[in-house]
Design a protein around this ligand. Structure first.
Ligand SMILES: Cc1cc2nc3c(=O)[nH]c(=O)nc-3n(C[C@H](O)[C@H](O)[C@H](O)COP(=O)(O)OP(=O)(O)OC[C@H]3O[C@@H](n4cnc5c(N)ncnc54)[C@H](O)[C@@H]3O)c2cc1C
Length: 472
């Protein structure tokens, strides 16, 4: 089926500024979506893809939109964050989502995809599109491609080539680019036992009124011993060989620290010094600190708990921590080879690079996909779509409406581009960072249902605003 013949936006679109094409670097999930969205709006696109000339450590084919690991785009349940993201993709006419549905294979409540036929069809669509020129070559300099472009989208993903990563660093600053993610788990606040946890910052006086920025989970000696025993014995993800050595030398997972010595975590991540449990008046044997992940304190990060345990083992072992017995995980800890930029310091809400060096380039540079610090296949597609809308708006010199924070992508975008976000690690959509409801609903099922209904309303309004501007 040809996209071209069906799309009305084609007639409404305008030619790219100065007649120059929009350059997209990388034909992964984000880049393929962005290229198709722009071409369907009648913009010339020049799409660079380095494979097969240069392969990455995880891609196996030379096709576009390759799913590099699992073939699942996660839950389709409308009242889940992943399900809400799918409904947003559908409302915004995402091509990669539409074709994922077409190539779906049975997977219970999830959207799983036949990866071969999916990639093949996306590749054919792009290669046969009259407005997309595909160049099978590596981009090594952003400045070079800006010269005859109207805008540039960098969507080169977590395995961005070394040469391009080095070049990007000159624009972002070395300190704002990471090559590994080491994300600690995040738990939902309302799943924690506040009878066991206490609020206090290290070395702050404990008074009757709680003080401090941290929640503290105090261990007795027995609880600590049992926890460390299970932590060491737990199943780990077998990291790919290209990842393990450098990754672990950059950041030690908590289970590796424990393996070095039973008490090692107690003198590091779990150190109790400067903390007094107000219930006992004493310093606990060990303490895990939890830091709020969002302003409203809806979710908390397990400080220093970077881990390589499997998700199932994280759920089992970390629930042994006092106060976390019923913890629900908004995000599990991950450690990956993963190139990404410090989005909160570098990108605005349109995912445009706003550094001094970027401002010196002749055209704007946008970043989409995992490189922008969003995590997950559907998130990569959604950010490619978002950037395509923003580039269209830029070329037509109009302002886009703000993506409402009630939409799951709006919440992720706000989180990822908020300069106050500290120690940024790639994030997928989740209810731990969503705008709280005006009136809190205690029942979890009903609360999630309310998020979904509110999100759908916000999405309809957002789409309507885009339509009025001729962007959708
Ligand atoms: C090992 C690993 C496993 C993952 N597993 C999952 C999973 O199971 N589920 C999930 O939801 N998410 C997973 N992710 C996270 C993420 O969702 C995927 O990586 C996703 O493919 C990101 O999409 P993207 O478009 O940003 O990058 P990609 O899909 O990787 O696309 C980037 C493209 O850019 C090309 N490229 C790179 N450098 C250049 C250059 N200099 N010039 C031209 N082209 C270039 C690459 O060849 C590639 O085709 C995983 C990530 C990694 C690293």
């Amino acid at each position: 089926m040809s996209i071209v013949s069906n799309n009305t936006l084609q007639q409404n679109g305008v030619a790219a500024k100065n007649g120059n094409p929009v350059v997209v670097i990388g034909a992964g999930l984000a880049g393929s979506e962005a290229a198709l969205q722009l071409a369907e709006r009648n913009y010339q696109v020049k799409l660079f893809e380095m494979r097969p000339q240069i392969q990455t450590a995880v891609h196996k084919t030379d096709q576009f939109a390759e799913l590099v690991c699992s073939n699942s785009l996660k839950s389709t349940k409308p009242e889940s964050a992943a399900g809400m993201l799918k409904s947003e993709l559908a409302s915004l006419n995402s091509y990669l989502y539409k074709y994922a549905c077409k190539h779906a294979v049975a997977a219970g409540g999830a959207l799983a995809v036949n990866r071969e036929s999916y990639s093949l069809e996306i590749t054919q669509l792009i290669e046969s599109h009259p407005l997309i020129e595909v160049l099978r070559s590596e981009v090594t300099s952003i400045a070079d491609v800006t010269r005859d472009a109207s805008a540039v989208i960098v969507a080169s993903g977590p395995l961005t080539s070394d040469a391009l990563a080095a070049d990007l660093q000159t624009i972002t600053g070395e300190e704002h680019m990471a090559f590994y993610d080491a994300a600690a788990p995040i738990v939902m606040a309302d799943s924690l036992d506040f009878d066991k946890l206490f609020v206090q910052s290290r070395y702050e006086e404990s008074t009757e009124a709680a003080v401090g920025d941290y929640l503290n989970a105090p261990f007795t000696q027995d609880e600590y011993d049992a926890f460390i025993r299970e932590l060491i014995a737990a199943d780990r993800v077998i990291a790919k060989s290209f990842e393990t050595k450098e990754l672990f030398s950059a950041c030690q997972p908590i289970e590796e620290i424990a393996r070095k010595g039973h008490d090692a975590p107690r003198f590091g991540t779990l150190k109790p010094v400067g903390l007094t449990d107000p219930r006992t008046g004493k310093r606990p044997w060990a303490v895990l600190q939890l830091r709020a992940e969002d302003k409203q304190g809806q979710s908390f990060n397990l400080v220093g708990f970077q881990t390589n345990l499997t998700f199932g083992e994280q759920r089992r072992v970390f629930r042994m921590i006092p106060g976390l017995e019923h913890a629900e995980f908004a995000r599990f800890g991950v450690m990956h080879r993963n190139t990404f930029i410090n989005a909160p310091q570098l990108l605005d809400r349109s995912l445009r690079l706003v550094t001094q060096k970027a401002a010196e380039l002749p055209v704007p540079v946008f970043v989409a996909g995992q490189l922008a610090g969003t995590e997950g296949y559907a998130e990569a597609i959604r950010s490619g779509l978002h950037v395509a809308l923003e580039v269209s708006a830029y070329l037509r010199q109009i302002e886009t409406p703000v993506v409402p924070k009630e939409m799951v992508f709006g919440a992720l975008l706000a989180y990822a581009t908020d300069a106050n976000t500290v120690d940024y690690q790639p994030m997928h959509v989740n209810f731990g960072i969503i705008e709280p409801l005006e009136v809190r609903i205690k029942n979890k099922g009903q609360r999630y249902q309310a998020y979904a209904e509110r999100g759908l309303d916000a999405c309809m309004r957002y789409c309507e605003d885009l339509r009025k501007l001729g962007l959708l």
